[in-house]
Design a protein around this ligand. Structure first.
Ligand code: PEP
Ligand code: MG
Length: 892
């Protein structure tokens, strides 16, 4: 096996073997771009090292051979005392990974060769500066010394000298600093800084290998679902120097604006510096455009190269470069990260340039990006609004929220009940804060990361959240928050938080609706002359997706208003109408009467009162979705949800009894509440079980559906109702319900003298239903996978409790990267879906298959359902565009 590749031997498609950085360095080398010569040690070598604790036997010799070739080419040897070849050692995995060792520059410098470098470069200061950088980086990343020790010593040197920046330190200052750095190394490790250049290189390579299994790297991989066995490559590259004087420098560049997607010159340049200075923000960079005035030749060449790279990669590239005494060198390129808006615009621009086709364009954006673009946002930037930014935390759950600061959940609830908008501010949240979080417009915490309780729960609720704003001091006792600069926010002060950027403001920042939502709502048009460029791009991408996708997209909607919105957003029907939502408010009393009825005629009266109301709901719904299928689910939730709270009612009755004026109805009600009280209501009397034990309930609903359909037909409409039975576990349940339903439908058809063409199917949301799907399909025209309940029952996770209780811990431990209620668990729940779909189709090839759990609108899950061969996904109206886009991407 070959463990080392010269840059000229690889290419961009060898990321598995050479890592992202190595593969792209090879690609640039072969494009004839000015890349400093070097070689890459493969991920295979790393894997052997990680498995056995030893580098592969041949690696040393192979590295020696490549190093010799490099030395011959450069005309000097590594660390040669009178004219040293210096190299950088950089990690480079297939996926870029924070938490891994990054770079050590200037390997090959020693007490001796630093003198040689000074002579060759004709610059003492430069040589000592390079040496101190080596010890600093090597000490920090290879030897594991606290980087602060070096940084502090550097600061102290500057202070002693009265130097504003490191450039103001002279050769002698730096020589003294090198001695101090070496002392730090000796003090911290008990060893001298290694003087042998090959030892430096080998130690750095080993440190890169080891960093693959650093704690932060491992955690990152678990959370991002990156396999642990990929290993990292190591790139060894001859050094070029940006710190050789004013005709040298280093910079980063983008081939287009990563924020907006606009074409132009974007990047930063720093004169007389090495790469890490830009990252560390030690001195102020200048805009890349200023390079033209400083060094026109290099600037022109860079522009040329950027064009070559864009055309070659057919995408936005980001670039690191160095200019050494007027000569331009390319140190890195990769397809660059970009904002959501830029992603959409760039994808369509590249189609217009003929660089990519529509299918490829769809791969360049994601549903998550589209979802981001659909949140309302703050108007203008900090400077434009003049409103004070007081902190900057982690953008945990997107959106823009404005409200009065409150510091406990009780106040959040109280104030929001009286009509105030509030922002709940806590150091961190815990399950006791749930109601407060629900009541708030947004949540702000000073502690915790993206997987903290606040972040996880807020995302689940769709609430704006900024977490971990660490410079803000939350004092819940005194009910205030202190920000840097002596700013204090008291309870009741208005704050604004931006969950998309993490910014926190004191005062009210104006919120504007998303232009993308305005477009989906039909309030603006992509074809208008003044249409937003982003809206035009989104419009085009949606058209590509709709042309490409096989999955149909339906909405979960229970009323005409939601149905109409869903239709505007592109829904092709309703996949789930939850009829329980029609029994709330004033109708609750009718349901109560139905539940309390113990005589036949009492029950009949209650059902007769409900029937016309239900029918009216359906007429409206069928009208809003005329010509498109509407799946109506018969009543599902446990009955206690329609009854008063057991504690409140008990207290009321007890008080009344003590006053001797308890009323008959309350007593009956209390009895019923006790009778229906369940320890595990989600596993109790609900779904099809209700239909089977409460005579007349399902038949009333079926009649309402059938009569509504008949009315719509009479009105020349095109109703396409589908009746869906929830929580079926065995085909026998479905047979009984079906028999009754068919009788009712036939009766309505006779009464109206019309044919209704209603179909009847079931939800698959219990493991037993999935496992016996072949039998159930005998009796069902369609299946709709209820992946919410299916996830709950397959994992044994209470869907109402666990996300707030232990999911934070599970996410932090990396047991899963994302909640299985959010993204389908492919191996468990997903496998059941796939097998049940296949079994159902084996029984009945024309069986229609859909999904109506929350996963129907989740990007990753949509891809899974596409592959499982479902016909449609159904999701909340707001997520329909995302589902359309992802269905298109899945098929592209
Ligand atoms: C489900 O269980 O996935 C489902 C859609 O039904 P509900 O969420 O109403 O239980
Ligand atoms: Mg369900």
């Amino acid at each position: 096996r070959k463990f080392v590749y010269d840059f000229s031997e690889g290419n961009k498609d060898l990321k598995d073997l050479l890592g992202g950085k190595g593969a792209n360095l090879a690609e640039m080398t072969n494009l004839g771009l000015p890349v400093p010569p070097g070689f890459t040690i493969t991920t295979e070598a790393c894997k052997v090292y990680l498995a056995s604790g030893e580098a592969p036997a041949d690696l040393r010799d192979e590295v020696s051979a490549h190093l010799e070739a490099l030395e011959t080419r450069m005309g000097k040897t590594l660390g040669q005392s009178d004219d040293p070849l210096l190299v950088s050692v950089r990690s480079g995995a297939k996926f870029s990974m924070p938490g891994m060792m990054d770079t050590v520059l200037n390997i090959g410098l020693s007490d001796e060769s630093v003198q040689g470098l000074a002579k060759q470069a004709g610059d003492e200061r430069f040589a000592w500066d390079s040496y101190r950088r080596l010890i600093q980086m090597f000490g920090d990343t290879v030897l594991g010394i606290d980087g602060e020790l070096f940084a502090d010593a550097l600061e102290e040197a500057k202070r002693a000298k009265g130097a504003a920046t490191d450039v103001d330190l002279c050769a002698e200052d730096l020589r003294v600093l090198v001695e101090q750095f070496k002392d730090i190394v000796r003090g911290e490790t008990g060893r001298d800084f290694p003087q042998d250049p090959r030892e430096q290189m080998d130690l750095a390579v080993r440190a890169v290998f080891d960093s693959w299994n650093g704690e932060r790297a491992k955690l990152y991989r678990r959370q991002e679902r990156i396999p642990h066995d990929l290993g990292t490559a190591v790139n060894i590259c001859s050094m070029v120097f940006g710190n050789l004087g004013p005709d040298s420098g280093t910079g980063v560049a983008f081939t287009r604006d990563p924020a907006s997607g606009q074409q132009g010159v974007y990047g930063d340049y720093l004169q007389n510096a090495q790469g890490e200075d830009v990252v560390a923000g030690i001195r102020n960079t200048v805009p890349l455009a200023d390079l033209e005035a400083l060094d026109k030749t290099s600037y022109d060449q860079l522009m040329q190269i950027m064009e070559t790279l864009e055309t070659h990669y057919r995408d936005l590239c980001d670039i690191e470069f160095t200019i050494e005494r007027g000569k331009l060198w390319m140190l890195q390129t990769r397809v660059g990260k970009r904002t959501a808006a830029a992603a959409f615009r760039i994808a369509t621009q590249l189609v217009d340039q003929g660089l990519i086709d529509e299918a490829e364009a769809l791969q360049r954006v994601t549903g998550a990006q589209l979802a981001q673009l659909m949140f309302p946002r703050f108007d203008g930037n900090d400077a434009a609004t003049g409103i004070q930014r007081i902190g900057w935390g982690i953008a945990a759950s997107p959106g823009a929220a404005v409200g009065k600061a409150v510091f406990d959940s009780y106040t959040a609830i109280k104030w929001s009940r009286s009509g105030e908008k509030v922002i709940l501010i806590r150091r961190e949240t815990n399950p006791d804060d749930l109601d407060g979080m629900l009541a708030a417009e947004g949540i702000l915490t000073s502690r915790g990361g993206k997987t903290s309780h606040a972040a996880v729960v807020a995302r689940g609720m769709g609430k704006t959240c900024v977490c971990g704003a660490e410079e803000l001091e939350v004092d819940t006792k005194r009910r205030c928050l202190s920000a840097p600069g002596g700013v204090v926010v008291e309870e009741g002060d208005t704050v604004s938080i931006d969950g998309s950027t993490g910014k926190v403001y004191l005062g009210e920042v104006p919120v504007v609706p998303s232009p993308v939502v305005e477009y989906f709502e039909g309030r603006t048009h992509a074809g208008a002359d003044d249409a937003d460029e982003l809206v035009k791009a989104v419009h085009r991408m949606m058209a590509y997706a709709d042309r490409m996708r096989r999955l149909r997209v339906r909405a979960n909607a229970d009323n005409a208003e939601d149905a109409a919105r869903a239709r505007r957003f592109g829904a092709q029907g309703i996949g789930l109408c939850r009829t329980e939502h029609m029994f709330l408010g004033e109708r609750r009393e009718l349901v109560e009467r139905l539940i309390l009825a113990d005589a036949e005629d009492e029950r009949k009266t209650a059902l007769e009162a409900l029937l016309p109301l239900q029918k009216g709901d359906f007429v409206e719904l069928f009208e809003a979705m005329d010509g498109l299928p509407v799946t109506v689910r018969l009543l599902d939730p446990p009955l206690h949800e329609f009854l008063p709270d057991i504690t409140e009612l008990s207290v009321r009755v007890a008080l009344a009894e003590s006053r001797k004026d308890a009323n008959e109805n309350d007593l009956r009600l209390l009895q019923a509440v006790h009778r229906l009280h369940e320890q595990n209501p989600m596993l109790g009397l609900r779904g099809v079980r209700l239909g089977l034990v409460i005579p007349g309930l399902f038949t009333m609903q079926v009649r309402a559906i059938a009569e509504a359909a008949a009315d719509r037909l009479a009105a020349k409409g095109d109703p396409r109702a589908e009746i869906m039975i929830p929580l079926v576990g065995t085909v026998q349940e479905l047979e009984l319900v079906r028999e009754e339903a068919e009788e009712v439908i036939a009766a309505v058809e006779r009464e109206h003298g019309t044919e209704l063409k209603l179909s009847l199917g079931t939800m698959i949301e219990l493991p037993r239903a999935a496992l016996t799907a072949g039998q159930i399909a005998e009796c069902a025209d369609f299946f709709s996978f209820g992946t919410n309940d299916l996830t709950q029952t397959v994992w044994g996770f209470s869907r109402d409790d666990v996300e707030a209780s232990f999911f934070t811990a599970y996410l932090e431990k990396g047991i899963f990267g994302v909640s299985p209620f959010e993204t389908i668990d492919k191996d468990g729940v997903g496998a059941l879906v796939r097998d049940a779909a296949a079994a159902g189709r084996a029984t009945r090839p024309d069986l229609k298959l859909g999904v109506c759990g929350e996963h129907g609108g989740d990007p990753e899950s949509v891809h899974f359902f596409h592959e499982a061969g479902l016909d449609y996904v159904s999701c909340s109206p707001f997520r329909i565009p995302v589902a359309r886009l992802e269905a298109g991407r899945a098929a592209a």
